[in-house]
Design a binder for this molecule. Structure first.
Ligand SMILES: *Cc1c(COP(=O)(O)O)cnc(C)c1O
Length: 363
């Protein structure tokens, strides 16, 4: 049995008829950019998260950098972010010329809230929380700190669609929540897509202007913006998926529950969940001291795995200019050597789950 780390085709076939019907409808409509589907999706996704406004964008990275742009955070400003994140979180900060200030993660792989305060300087403008792998970060202390120091709070929810903390959706704790709809995400499009959610009407309006060349009215450009519009086709397909989001999330949580129940190998550390935090298992990330051997062993059995992420942003070639050397963030660096994401996707059969569980227990 060959098992891939992710199978996006399975998620398509689960709702094939609805996707195909919607795609045809959009194709035949003659309207392909910023139309009814985008507006409807924005309304529905805002309602899903509990935020007042949503603005559809072309990608998760755009959501991040446009969020900082809308908050006027750029050159000379510092933004606190966890060190063990996908590099897009950091690029969202640096594209605007701001400086990322890294904080080590806690035992749940989320930003260690107890280590934020010591990093605050008079240049700190914001905290970017990443709800990594689908688990909500420890929001209570983060929100309190942002209030105390008057910092903006932005959330990177590219992996946390539908994950709550104390019953409140991720993306709604601060000023702006940033989402990606890259196909592999829990709410995935069939191409690139992204969005921001916010309760602030002005921010939503500003980002709408930014995404469309800085114009509110066609050919009247108030500011220098960009082209970051969500396609009608993607918005329509996202609406189909969003209407099934509870099932999609529950299915992944059920696979995770099985893994947590049935995996028992002393060499493998299973992911932990904070009590107040929801987890939608965008990834099921295990830890192993012999990670590379484990990955090779699984590979031999045709079980595909991915490392999220092998090189922490502070050690990426792109960020050499920040001047960090190996050892700067030891917890993050150790995670990069030990984490492994095992197969986890909608439409994963029980036989496939059995096969993965058996192989891991026999390692
Ligand atoms: C996927 C991802 C992004 C970027 O989203 P894109 O749509 O690929 O630009 C940002 N942050 C995190 C944590 C992600 O996983």
């Amino acid at each position: 049995m060959k098992i891939m780390p992710n199978r996006m085709d399975r998620g398509f076939y689960q709702y094939q008829e609805e996707f195909e019907e919607k795609a045809l409808k959009v194709l035949r409509s003659g309207w392909y950019v910023l139309g009814e589907e985008v507006s409807a999706f924005e309304e529905e996704f805002a309602a899903y998260t509990g935020a007042k406004f949503c603005v559809g964008l072309a990608s998760g990275l755009d959501a991040l950098w446009l969020a900082f742009r809308a908050l006027n955070i750029g050159l000379g400003d510092e933004v606190i972010v966890q060190a063990n994140t996908y590099i897009a979180s950091v690029m969202g900060i640096t594209i605007n010329g701001a400086l990322p200030v890294f904080v080590e993660p806690d035992e749940y792989y989320q930003i260690d809230a107890a280590k934020i305060e010591e990093k605050i300087t008079d240049r700190t403008k914001a905290v970017l929380v990443v709800h990594l792998y689908g688990q909500a970060a420890d929001m209570k202390p983060v929100v309190d700190l942002c209030r105390k120091y008057d910092l903006k709070l932005i959330e990177d929810c590219a992996q946390s669609h539908g994950a709550c903390y104390d019953g409140k959706m991720t993306g709604t704790f601060g000023d702006i929540g940033c989402f990606s709809f890259y196909p592999s995400k829990n709410l995935g499009a069939f191409g690139d897509g992204g969005a921001i959610v916010t309760d602030n009407e002005q921010i939503a309006a500003d980002i709408k202007v930014l995404r469309n060349y800085g114009s509110e009215k066609r050919y009247y450009n108030k500011i220098v913006g960009t082209n970051s519009r969500l396609d009608e086709l993607q918005a329509g397909l996202l609406r189909v998926r969003l209407s099934h989001m509870d099932e999609i999330t529950k299915e992944k949580q059920a696979i995770a529950a099985r893994y947590l129940r049935e995996l028992h190998n002393p060499k493998i550390e299973l992911p932990k969940k904070r009590e107040q935090a929801g987890h939608v298992y965008h990834q099921f990330v295990i830890r192993c001291k012999e990670r590379d051997e484990l990955q090779a062993y699984l590979n031999e059995k045709e079980i595909g795995t991915i490392i999220h992420y092998p090189i922490p942003p502070h050690l990426a070639e792109a960020y050499r200019y920040l001047g960090f050397l190996k050892g700067a963030f030891p917890i993050t660096e150790q995670l990069a050597e030990e984490v492994l994401s095992i197969p986890m996707y909608n439409g994963m059969t029980e036989e496939e789950q059995d096969f993965v569980i058996r192989a891991l227990n026999e390692f």
